[in-house]
Every structure is written in C-alpha cells, then in structure tokens.
Design a protein. Structure first.
Length: 402
C-alpha cells in the first residue's frame, strides 16, 4: 500500500506521558466543583474574600497604565519582569529588613509558576525533596510532576523538627526543602524564629536548597512578625523566597515572584522562557502603578482586620461543631484552621455525608506526603461572614453526626 492509500483501520494514538496518568488532580479543586451550589457554605476553598478586593483602585491602575503607556502595556516584555515592578518589590523587602535588589527578582505568573520553574531548574527524576507534614497540596503536585521522591519531615504543632530535618538530610541527601513557614497551608501554623535559625543552619552545614513560600505572611492578625528564613545566617545563598499578590491584591492578576541567588534565578528565567515567555505586561504595570498610587499596606491591614473577626467566629463555634475529643489550632493570621477529630473518624469518608448538609471542608489526607492522618481536616475561615460561619458550623455539627 502506498502512503497515499486510505487507511482502512485506525491505529491508536501514542499514549500520554507517564506522569500525566500517574499524578492525580487537586482534591481541593474537585471538592470546589462538587460544592459550587450557592446554598453550600464552603469552608473548603483557599480563596480570598472577593468583596474585599480594592476593585476601584485596581481598575484605576489599569486605566492609567492603558492611558499613559498603552503600547508598552500591550507589548511583549522581558522574561525577568518589568523593572518598575521588580524595583517596587525590592523596596518592599528592604523596608522589612531583607536587603534586595530589583535584579534579585524574577516575576512569575503566580507563585505556583515559581514552584514549577524551580522544579524544572533543580529536580532531576529520582531526586529527593523534603516537605513539611502536612504540606501545601499544589507543591506536592509540582514536585511529583518533576519526578521527585517526596519525603516528609516530622514535626509537631509548631512545624517541622530541625533535629529530624538534620537526620533526614544526612540520610536522604535531598536536593531541596520546601516550606510555608508563616500561616502554613493547610495548618495555619507558624514556624518559630528559633526553628527557622536551626533550619538555616542545617541547610548551610549539610548543603541544601530552601524554598520558602510566603503567600500569607502579610495577613497577620496578632503576635509579632517572624523574619523570613532567608534572612537568617547560613540561608542567604541557598534560599529561594516566593511571594504573591494573590492573597493581598487579587488572585486573578496572577502575579507572583521569586527572590533567588543569581545562578538559580537565571535557570528559572530560561525555564520561564520555555513556559510562557513572560508574565502579562499589562498586569505587571498595573500592579506597579497600584503600589505607586495606593496604600497596599493600609489595604492589607483592613483586610486582616476583617479576617480576624472571621477567624474569631470560627474559633467561637468550632468546639460545638466538632465531636468531643477533637483538637484544633489558633492561627495568628492567614486563612486556614486545622482540626483533628478522634481517631475513629475518617474525614474523607464523611465528606459526602457532610456535603449533604450543605457545608464542606477539605479532608486532611491529601496534604500528606507520607502516611496520612485520616482524622484531620482544613477549614478556610476568610470567605464567609461571621454569621455564615456560625451557620456553617451548625451544619457541620449535624453533618458529622449523620
């Protein structure tokens, strides 16, 4: 048969890559899809409260940029990011005690892209990555897609144990440690300063990259700010600090960044060129204009005050909502509260029953790289009003009782 002859039988198309079939989707996204009905009080999301967005200020920033520099705003830009935005971000770090230059930063399409770029630049298939237990779910996905072997560092209610970290690094020879040390997702906990110093010392002594993800750190309600791990002795030349506007400005702008040593930053820039060339110019310029013309810190302070009332509402009602013998934490900021039910409970198995009462949470099991704790769950307290939180907790009590 010649190449021009018609094919009488279809041949199968080549298969998907192995990682595309072995790495699952996000259980959080799956839950949100199931619970999208308006009557559901949804504690499952990790979404900032949309009614608190500074819509007028952001809209003005876009209008001004499109009026003043339309050709630049709508044109291609450098991969590293708009200099005016990187300069503004560097100044914000400097004002908080972490000396940073504009050239230390790479703008990314959300900090989630920064994780993917780092996985591409740092991880070869089979490399070991250390994470917290439990850990931010999308980080587990990014590292799994890169072919990493992911190992959890033991810890307690204050976060990872530096002694256990030291032993794991010596034994496993990991490429990097990933951590959300401030108002962690999913637990809401914050790693104390003395542990941060110890983590930095382990990285310096053993030879280890630290990826410090900080999307929630500005949302503090109470207590004293804890310095970034990147600022501790020994961590300066081996820490990548990730930031984002998603929780303090607007997630739809998809603006994040990474602060990294030069060689790694350049490698991430090359990876970004292959991924999307650059983050949208108009979004970067609008964010820079917003920082120049508006008081972002004042806006964040107002948002945090509202979130504190919502956290307090959840803390007030959660004792009646959960079964006797349950425990939960008191986050000093951020968006999440972590709870543990008695060991006889399985929050994954219970979720459909609870959703039947028009309320939802995220089971804790998917957040574990190692053996999961099936009795855990994550509650997001920022999206609902205090009154809605009270009603949601009442429904949760009924749903858990069956």
């Amino acid at each position: 048969m010649s190449v021009a002859d018609p094919v009488t039988a279809s041949s199968p198309v080549p298969p998907l890559a192995g990682r595309a079939t072995t790495i699952g989707g996000s259980p959080v996204r799956d839950i949100l899809a199931v619970t999208a009905r308006p009557e559901v009080i949804n504690f499952a999301g990790g979404l900032p409260a949309p009614e608190l967005f500074d819509v007028a200020g952001i809209a003005a920033a876009y209008r001004d940029v499109l009026a003043d520099v339309p050709r630049r705003a709508l044109q291609y830009a450098t991969t590293e990011g708009e200099p005016v935005l990187r300069t503004a971000l560097a100044e914000r770090y400097g004002a908080r005690g972490l000396a940073t230059g504009a050239d230390d930063l790479l703008v990314t399409t959300g900090s989630q892209q920064a994780l993917s770029l780092l996985a591409t630049a740092l991880i070869d298939p089979g490399d070991t990555v250390l994470v917290e237990s439990p850990c931010y779910l999308a980080a587990l996905q990014a590292f799994a897609f890169a072919g990493a072997r992911v190992v959890a560092v033991p810890g307690d209610d204050d976060g990872m144990d530096p002694g256990a970290l030291d032993e794991l690094v010596a034994r496993e020879r990991p490429k990097l440690l990933y951590t959300v040390p401030t108002f962690q997702n999913p637990t809401g906990r914050t790693l104390p300063g003395e542990r941060r110093a110890a983590v930095a010392a382990v990285a310096a002594r053993r030879g280890l990259w630290i990826v410090e993800d900080d999307p929630y750190g500005e949302l503090r309600f109470e207590g004293e700010r804890v310095p970034w791990i990147a600022s501790y002795e020994g961590a300066e030349d081996r820490t990548v600090l990730l930031g984002s506007f998603s929780k303090v400005m607007a997630p739809g702008m998809r603006l994040g960044w990474l602060r990294a040593p030069a060689a790694l930053r350049r490698a991430c820039a090359v990876a970004k060129q292959a991924a999307d060339l650059h983050t949208p110019t108009v979004n970067q310029l609008a964010a820079a204009r917003y920082l120049a013309d508006r008081d972002l810190d004042g806006h964040v302070t107002r948002v945090a005050a509202v979130y504190r009332k919502r956290r307090d509402a959840m803390l007030t009602g959660i004792g009646d909502a959960l079964p006797e013998g349950s425990t939960w934490n008191r986050p000093e900021g951020g968006m999440f509260l972590w709870a543990r039910l008695p060991t006889s409970y399985d929050t994954t198995a219970l979720l459909p029953q609870v959703v039947g009462h028009n309320v939802a949470y995220v089971p804790g099991a998917p957040f574990y790289a190692g053996t999961p704790d099936p009795a855990t769950l994550r509650l997001c307290f920022v999206t609902q009003t205090p009154e809605e939180i009270g009603e949601g907790l009442r429904r949760l009590r009924e749903g858990l009782r069956g």
